[in-house]
Ligand binder design. Structure first.
Ligand SMILES: [Zn+2]
Length: 236
């Protein structure tokens, strides 16, 4: 009885450590650099969550082609099932395909079985649509729970969060605010989080991130960093 209570308390502590760690970028970056996505100091990993979305992802593909950048797309299984050809187009354009989940529900307060099912279903859908097998996993809201860690490990996925973000999901986000927010925590070896869909954001919020891309190019080059996907970020 006592041991069982101890185990469940430990589980609760891990459960609560997830959002706490993901909420405090600089702290996470210092304590868990690989989980935060802190990689090669001559490189910035550019990552997009929540797609693929027919309303916005094609514009990101065009902008990335103009910049000659390849990025990592953390896709949702339920989005990939809705537009498998677009998901395949992302992969065919040379971008790295990763897993965000199946649906976009936080893993907090979900059963281990429900979390494992979500990861497995999302992985199958994304792999089937794109023909690529994701290596990286970033849970919805960056909330890493013990159930999520176990499920991702069993699925052969490696968790990675981000070191800086554009806060591009907000109604009030503009290219200026996205630039400023990314630059707040921008360091050599950064992993940058943006979104190529507004499926969990304010309607049309993705436009701010899209329009910020050419200006972010100036920031990244001032930093002396090449831009690319997580696969080339030196996290191994
Ligand atoms: Zn998301």
């Amino acid at each position: 009885m006592g041991a069982a209570a101890g185990v469940s308390l430990l589980g609760a502590a891990v459960l609560h450590a997830g959002p706490a760690l993901s909420a405090v970028g600089p702290l996470r970056r210092r304590l868990l650099p690989a989980l935060a996505g802190l990689g090669d100091a001559a490189h910035v990993a550019l990552t997009f969550d929540d797609g693929p979305d027919p309303a916005s992802t094609p514009m990101f593909l065009d902008a990335l082609a103009d910049l000659r950048w390849r990025a990592t797309f953390f896709m949702l299984g339920d989005m990939a099932r809705r537009c498998p050809s677009l998901a395949a187009e992302v992969a065919a354009a040379g971008h790295e395909v990763a897993l965000h989940g199946d649906g976009h529900r936080s893993h907090l307060w979900r059963t281990p079985r429900s979390v494992a099912d979500d990861v497995r279903r999302g992985l199958d859908s994304v792999a089937q649509a794109t023909g690529a097998v994701p290596v990286w996993w970033r849970p919805p809201y960056g909330v890493i729970t013990s159930s999520g860690l176990r499920a991702s490990h069993q699925a052969g996925l490696r968790p990675v969060l981000w070191t800086t973000w554009g806060r591009d999901w907000r109604t009030e986000a503009t290219p200026d605010t996205v630039m400023a927010d990314v630059e707040t925590d921008l360091v050599p070896g950064a992993t940058v989080l943006l979104h190529d869909s507004d499926c969990t954001s304010a309607p049309g919020a993705w436009r701010a991130g899209l329009l910020a891309l050419p200006r972010l190019a100036e920031s990244f080059s001032r930093l002396g960093c090449e831009v690319g996907p997580l696969a080339e970020h030196g996290l191994d």
